[in-house]
Each structure stands twice: as C-alpha cells, then as structure tokens.
Design a protein around this ligand. Sequence first.
Ligand SMILES: Nc1nc2c(c(CN[C@H]3C=C[C@H](O)[C@@H]3O)cn2[C@@H]2O[C@H](COP(=O)(O)O)[C@@H](O)[C@H]2O)c(=O)[nH]1
Length: 306
Amino acid sequence: MEAVRATAAWVASHSSHVTLDSAGIEKVAERMKDSIPKVEWDFEGIHYFDDGPLTVQYLFVLDALNFCFWPDKEMTYDHLAAGLKEALQTDKSAFDADRLQKYTGPELRKLLKWPRPLPLEEERVRLMHEVGFELERSFDGKASKLVESCEKSAAKLVALITSHFPGFRDHTVYKGHQIFLYKRAQIFAADLWGAFKGQGYGQFNDIESVTMFADYIVPAVLQQLGVLKFSPSLADMIESNREISPGSEEEVELRACSVHAVEEIRELIHRKSGKQVLSVELDLWLWAFGVQCSSLQHHRTLSIYY
Ligand SMILES: Nc1nc2c(c(CN[C@H]3C=C[C@H](O)[C@@H]3O)cn2[C@@H]2O[C@H](COP(=O)(O)O)[C@@H](O)[C@H]2O)c(=O)[nH]1
C-alpha cells in the first residue's frame, strides 16, 4: 500500500485538472479532529455475516464485483450486497469455487433478482470465473485460506490478491509513471476488518496502511467539501454526465488526488490533536455521507476497478 500512497502523491504534485485545496483540508480536519462521526460497518444492514469462513467467501465475491453500478440508473452497491446475501442464505454453496466458475450472465442476474442485464455483465461473470478458478487452484477453493495465509497483514493480503487475481490489479500509467490504486483489493481488507470487528479473519496489525478506496463517490464528496477543486473543463464533464475515459489524466487525477487528500486530512488531524485516525474510518464516513446525498454529481467512467 506504500505504492498506492507514494504514486497517488506523485499524481497530486503533477496534476493538471484536479487540485487539493489547503483551506478545504483544514476545514475538514478541524471538523473531524475531536471525533470522526462513527459510521458502523454495514450501517445499511445489507451484508451477509455469520462470523465464519463463508462470510469471507461472500465478501471476496462481493468485492470482486464491487464496481461500476451507475450505468443502470436504478442499480447501487446495495443491490449487489443484499442480492448476494440473499443468494447465499438460499443456497449455502452458491459461492463454492466450482460454482463460481460456471455462472452465466442470465444466472448472475437471476441470483441478484435483477430484471435486466447488469452493467458490464460479461466482465462481472468473467471476474467471478477468475475468482473461482484461482481460489480452487491455489487456496483449496476458500477465500478464508487466502486470508489466513496473510498472517494478519492487510498489506500482505493486498499483495497476494493482486498477484493471484488479475481482475484486482487496479493500476494505470499516468504521464509515464505507473500508478497503483488497488481499490477493490483494499476494500476487501477493510470489509473483513469492519465485519469481524478487527478480530479473527478481520484482525490486521497494519490496518493503518490501507488508504481510502478510490471510487466515484468519495471524489465527489471531497469536491463538495471544498477539499478538491476541478478545472472548468473537468467540472463541466462531470456536471453534464459525459463519460471520462479510463486511464485518462482526468480520471487518474480524480482518484489519486482523493487518496492523497485523505492522507493529508489524516496527517493534519494528527498534527492538530495527536490522534491517529485511519484512512479507512475517514473513507467510510465520507462514503456514507456521499451515498446519502441524492444531489451528488459523480464522474462517469466505465471501469472494472471501482
Ligand atoms: N470509497 C468507498 N467506496 C465504496 C464503499 C462501498 C461500500 N462499502 C461498505 C463497507 C461498509 C459499509 O457498510 C459499506 O456498505 C462501495 N463503494 C463504491 O461506491 C460506488 C457505488 O456507489 P453507488 O452507485 O451510489 O451505489 C462504487 O464505486 C462502489 O465500489 C466504501 O465503503 N468506500
């Protein structure tokens, strides 16, 4: 995750379309310095949890598919989380590694009780197959084995996931430099930590190394809070819902500057109050704020990474 921090900082210092506003950072840090409003993991009550290895399997499948809902105006992350939960409650073997390798688009749709093709459905199915195949090949079919082999290190978990599962390799090239964001791999570590309350499968001795998860909600929240400023052309693209190409300067800057901004907020809170807050905690607060704000305008990029 050091690579995520370092390369996001590099983008922020070479950025052309997105800038960090120190007054905005100061305002947010001041507001958060005494306490970050606590947002409970699963505040929505939509996730599967049974305190055991099946929960780990559920979260891994969930985060393999946790991207790009916006092309369907009615679909959100909640539909995926709740749909997969219901599927598992109906059939405990629904996410067995051999079954994961066989789903078709229409079957996944049926599993999620979604009446029409899912956004990027073929990619979602391909990624389910990849997860099933590689879990079977290297981890006895069990995501819990993958987690156990990381010896309570979130950094090791992210490294292991990105080396075994190409679909989680959320990186790009920006102005000639390789940039790492690893949103879905990191959010899996954070989901374990949140769901298991830092114990058992969710115990990570280095949870502070996880950065925020560069999605399409948090950059928009940071802009609304005055932490990020967009160039007029980028602001116009977002306001008019024009698609931004994956890997474009604008897209990379939106994501990387968000990672860097959250790191800056965290450091400032530490300087002001001596408190060590986690980027994960800041992220969850920002994200929960964003999804409850119906007027939030976010950028639109077709991507399997977020
Ligand atoms: N940065 C960040 N991004 C997050 C999440 C989560 C869910 N985390 C769970 C963990 C515990 C809680 O109880 C949450 O349920 C989803 N996303 C992203 O949002 C987008 C979906 O938006 P919309 O189309 O409006 O549903 C999409 O890119 C999705 O990948 C998060 O926590 N942080």
